[in-house]
Design a protein around this ligand. Structure first.
Ligand SMILES: [Zn+2]
Length: 177
C-alpha cells in the first residue's frame, strides 16, 4: 500500500459511510475525502440557504398535518394540546430524525441534505435537542439566525454554531473536483 496515499486518505475529516468515487467507481473508506485509488478529491458541499428553506417548509407542512390529524383523532383542545403540538411534537420529530441513521428530517431527505457534527459524524440526541431549541433563538432575533447561513463560511445558522453542527449535501451527491 502506498504510504502517502494512505495518509492522505486518513487525514481528511470523514464521513461514516462508505462512498463510491465518481471518477473510477471504486468504494472508499468512511474516513476518506479523497479517493484512495485515483486520488480524486470528494469535496464537502454545505447545503445552501434555499435548499434548507425548502426542506423546512416540507417539515412544517408535515408537522401541521400531524397536528390536524391528532386534533381530529383525539378531539382534544387546550393548553396541553398546544404544548404537545407546538413544542413536543416538533422537538421529537427534529431531534429523533436528525440523530437517526438517516441524519435528516423528511424535508431534508427530500432535498438530499443531512445534519452532521463538525467532523461529519452523526449527531447525538442531545446535540439534536440543543440544535432544535436554539432554532427558537435564531427565530427570535427576526430570523437573523437563519439568514446567517448565507454569510457564514460553513453555511451555519446560529443554531448550527450553538450546537456545533453542519448541514451538508449527502456524500452520494457530492461534487467531484
Ligand atoms: Zn477514484
Amino acid at each position: 500500500m502506498d504510504k502517502k496515499l494512505l495518509q492522505m486518505n486518513q487525514a481528511e475529516p470523514g464521513y461514516e459511510m462508505k462512498w463510491k468515487c465518481r471518477k473510477c467507481g471504486k468504494e472508499n473508506s468512511k474516513a476518506a475525502s479523497r479517493c484512495f485509488f485515483c486520488g480524486k478529491i470528494q469535496r464537502i458541499v454545505f447545503a445552501g440557504f434555499w435548499n434548507r428553506v425548502a426542506a423546512f417548509i416540507i417539515d412544517l407542512i408535515i408537522l401541521i398535518l400531524a397536528a390536524y390529524i391528532s386534533i381530529y383523532a383525539f378531539n382534544s383542545k387546550g393548553t396541553f394540546n398546544d404544548l404537545v403540538l407546538g413544542i413536543m411534537l416538533p422537538w421529537a420529530y427534529f431531534s429523533l430524525m436528525e440523530s437517526s441513521d438517516s441524519r435528516a428530517t423528511l424535508g431534508k431527505m427530500a432535498l438530499g441534505i443531512t445534519v452532521t457534527d463538525l467532523n461529519g459524524k452523526r449527531i447525538s440526541k442531545g446535540k439534536a435537542t440543543i440544535r432544535f431549541f436554539a432554532k427558537y433563538l435564531s427565530a427570535l432575533i427576526l430570523f437573523a439566525g437563519f439568514i446567517m447561513v448565507r454569510f457564514t463560511k460553513k453555511k451555519q445558522a446560529l443554531h448550527d454554531i450553538i450546537a456545533g453542527t453542519l448541514v451538508v449535501v449527502k456524500r452520494d451527491r457530492y461534487i467531484t473536483i
